[in-house]
Ligand binder design. Structure first.
Ligand code: Z5A
Length: 212
C-alpha cells in the first residue's frame, strides 16, 4: 500500500466515537468557531453525505435491511467513503478549506473491525483504498461508555441495536487507534460539559492552524 497521505492544502479534522458521544454537537461548534475566525469550513459526515451515499446510508442503517454479511456491510461503508472523499472531501481540501467530518475511516475499523470482529487489517486495506489513503490531520475521539451514549437516544438503528459487548469492542477499538498514533489524535471524556470539550478541541485546532 502507498504511504499515508496528509493533504498539503486545507486542514482535515475528524470526529469519532460511539453513539451519542456528542460528535454532531462538537463538530458544529468547531465549524461555527472557525467561521467566526474567518476560515472557510466544510462540515460533512459519513455515511450519507453524497447522492449515492444517501442510498447506502439507508441500506446500512435501516433496521428493515435485516441481516447483512459483515463483509457486505464493510464494503457498503467503503463505497460511501469513496464517494465522500472523491466528491466532497478532496475538492474542499484542494480549495484550501477546513474540512470537518463527523465519522471517517476509524469508524469502519472500530465498528466493522473490532465490533463485527472482521480482521481489522483487511478492513483497513479496503477502507484505505476507498479513501486513497487520505488521513486526517487530527481525529477527535469523544470517549463515552456505551450505556450513557445509547441512553441519550430513544430509537435504535441497525448498528445501535447491536449488543452491549459489540459497543464495548467499538469503544476499545477507537481508544486503541488513538493510543497507537497520539500525534494525530485527541481523546476527550465525553461526559464533560459541552463547553469544556469545545474549549479543548479549539486549543488543539489552534495549534494545527498555527503550524499550517
Ligand atoms: N458506521 C459504521 O459502522 N462504519 C462506518 O464506517 C461509519 C459509520 C462511517 C452512523 O450513525 C452509524 O454508522 C454509526 C456508526 C456506523 N452507528 N450507529 N448507529 P449516525 O450518523 O446516525 O449517528 P452517530 O454518528 O452515531 O451519531 P449520533 O448517535 O447521532 O451521536 P453524536 O453525533 O455523537 O451526538 P450528538 O447528536 O451531538 O449528541 C447526542 C445527544 O447528547 C444530544 O441530545 C446532545 O445534546 C447530547 N450531548 C452532546 N454532548 C453532550 C455532553 N457533553 N454532555 C451531555 N449531553 C451531551
Amino acid at each position: 500500500m502507498n504511504p499515508a497521505v496528509f493533504s498539503e492544502r486545507g486542514l482535515f479534522v475528524c470526529f469519532e466515537g460511539g453513539e451519542g458521544a456528542g460528535k454532531s454537537t462538537q463538530s458544529r461548534l468547531l465549524r461555527d468557531w472557525l467561521v467566526e475566525r474567518g476560515e472557510t469550513v466544510l462540515l460533512t459526515f459519513e455515511p450519507g453525505d453524497t447522492a449515492v451515499g444517501k442510498e447506502l446510508r439507508r441500506i446500512v442503517l435501516d433496521p428493515a435491511t435485516g441481516e447483512l454479511s459483515d463483509r457486505t456491510e464493510a464494503l457498503l461503508y467503503a463505497a460511501d467513503k469513496a464517494e465522500h472523499v472523491d466528491h466532497v472531501v478532496l475538492p474542499a481540501l484542494a480549495r484550501g478549506e477546513v474540512v470537518i467530518t463527523d465519522r471517517y475511516v476509524d469508524s469502519t475499523l472500530a465498528y466493522q473491525g473490532a465490533g463485527r470482529t472482521l480482521d481489522v487489517a483487511e478492513v483497513e486495506a479496503v477502507a484505505r483504498w476507498a479513501t486513497a489513503d487520505l488521513r486526517p490531520h487530527l481525529t477527535v475521539v469523544l470517549d463515552l461508555e456505551p450505556e450513557t451514549g445509547l441512553g441519550r437516544f430513544e430509537e435504535r438503528d441497525r448498528i445501535e441495536g447491536q449488543s452491549m459487548e459489540f459497543h464495548q469492542r467499538v469503544r476499545q477499538g477507537f481508544l486503541d487507534l488513538a493510543a497507537a498514533d497520539p500525534d494525530h489524535y485527541l481523546v476527550l471524556d465525553a461526559r464533560a460539559p459541552v463547553g469544556a470539550i469545545a474549549d479543548a478541541i479549539r486549543a488543539r485546532v489552534t495549534l494545527l492552524l498555527e503550524q499550517s
